[in-house]
Design a protein around this ligand. Structure first.
Ligand code: NAD
Length: 374
């Protein structure tokens, strides 16, 4: 009698030609996904689109020449059987749609925030198919520019030394009319304010560089906008590697900017941009006496890739075709969501919070607001 378990049956089909993709939710951000896919004809085919609004769907399909359209995701999944579904709907729809795709054997690239709560993303991760897929990747496009990859490579090579202090500021401006879209500004449908919906990109990039966080102290406030969630948050985050960061997320800042600065032992690395960066948006300032080695490594590092959907989607398609883990796994996305939950928990409870405070049993595990009102 054999003592080894049989290999689990794969729910996905081997991919030999272009990846057959479908887009769900044909609003603003779906355009970035579709244009990136259209620019990669050897790697991907956009075979179907889904939206509950038939007019939006028809306009989108006509503009992007997408052959099949559906107002119901389940019907699309059973009739088209895509390899990959791009989930571009509002955050409140993500969990059920990602689970439906995974159950149908399709991998998923889901927009940020991937879920409304830690409990939701844990459920979604549990629905993945293990080593054989299908899997779920989250859109965190700022990890994929050459600037971020160059910093990571220099860190790994020991050129920069230990990270000591960082700032991670997402100071954007959204007027009141921005919140007229029914799902925005509400805990139940957007999951939070600028911490969850906007600064999430930069916090994800910071975490991808600095690693595990150990404690957060934060204030989340509603200063001026007529919304249910915060319109501003300010946090101090400690990292296991010893660095401490100041994190600001605002939708009230007329001079808009996205900024990450990390002071390492041997250099300051700085990124200043707005919604996406190129190589020129990064600067490096070596510590006295370290100029030669730091600048030589910086010049020799990877160049030429802007951050953005295109950069991540190339890697998502390649991972599917090669059968490797997706770029930004459910575990990576859970780590970023956990810091966001920590910011809210610390603010609502008025005390420092650690990752251990946010497990099942914490009200902030099930809902970012912990069920409280601001
Ligand atoms: N990565 C980024 O830089 C970035 C930028 C903007 C928005 N986003 C994210 O993208 C997602 C969508 O944002 P948006 O600005 O495109 O929203 P949007 O409101 O412009 O578009 C959403 C579309 O989804 C459709 N829809 C709603 N519920 C649906 C359902 N159950 N099934 C099918 N279709 C449904 C709507 O009819 C609409 O056409 C959000 O999660 C948002 O946070 C990401």
């Amino acid at each position: 009698m054999s003592t080894t378990s049989p290999e689990p049956e794969s729910r996905t089909r081997p991919i030999t030609g272009p990846v057959r993709t479908a887009v769900v939710g044909t609003g603003n951000i779906a355009r970035f996904h579709t244009e990136a896919l259209r620019g990669l004809p050897d790697r991907a085919d956009v075979v179907a689109a889904v939206d509950i609004d038939p007019d939006t769907l028809a306009t989108f399909r006509a503009h992007h020449a997408i052959p099949r359209g559906y107002t119901d995701l389940t019907t699309m999944l059973s009739e088209v059987r895509p390899d990959l579904v791009h989930v571009c709907t509002p955050p409140g729809a993500h969990r059920a749609q990602v689970e439906a795709c995974l159950a149908a054997g399709a991998s998923v690239l889901v927009e940020k925030p991937p879920a409304l709560s830690l409990a939701e993303i844990e459920r979604m991760a549990a629905a993945e198919g293990g080593a054989h897929g299908p899997w779920m990747a989250t859109v965190f496009q700022h990890r994929f520019g050459s600037g971020a990859r160059r910093v990571r490579a220099l860190m790994d090579a020991g050129v920069l030394g230990r990270p000591l202090v960082a700032t991670c500021h997402t100071t954007w401006f959204r007027p009141q009319e921005y919140f007229d879209v029914p799902w925005r500004g509400r805990w139940e449908t957007e999951g939070g304010g600028p911490t969850m919906g906007h600064g999430i990109h930069q916090m994800d990039l910071l975490l991808s560089l600095l690693g595990e966080w150990t404690e957060v102290s934060a204030v989340a406030r509603r200063q001026t906008r007529d919304v249910e969630t915060e319109d501003l948050s300010i946090a101090r985050v400690d990292f296991a590697g010893g660095a401490v960061a100041s994190v600001v997320n605002s939708l009230l800042s007329p001079r808009e900017e996205s900024r990450i600065r990390i002071d390492f032992e041997r250099a300051t690395v700085e990124l200043v941009h707005l919604y996406g960066y190129g190589d020129d948006d990064w600067t490096i300032t070596p510590a006295p006496g370290r100029e030669e080695e730091v600048l030589a490594a910086w010049e020799a590092g990877e160049h030429g890739v802007n951050s953005g959907h295109h950069a991540q989607i190339v890697q998502v398609l390649d991972a599917l075709r090669k059968g490797t883990a997706p770029p930004v796994t459910s575990r990576d996305a859970l780590d970023t969501m956990r810091l966001i939950a920590g910011v809210y928990a610390s603010s609502f409870e008025g005390r420092p919070v650690t990752p251990a405070d946010l497990g099942p049993g914490s009200p902030f595990h099930d809902r970012m607001s912990g069920g409280r009102s601001l």
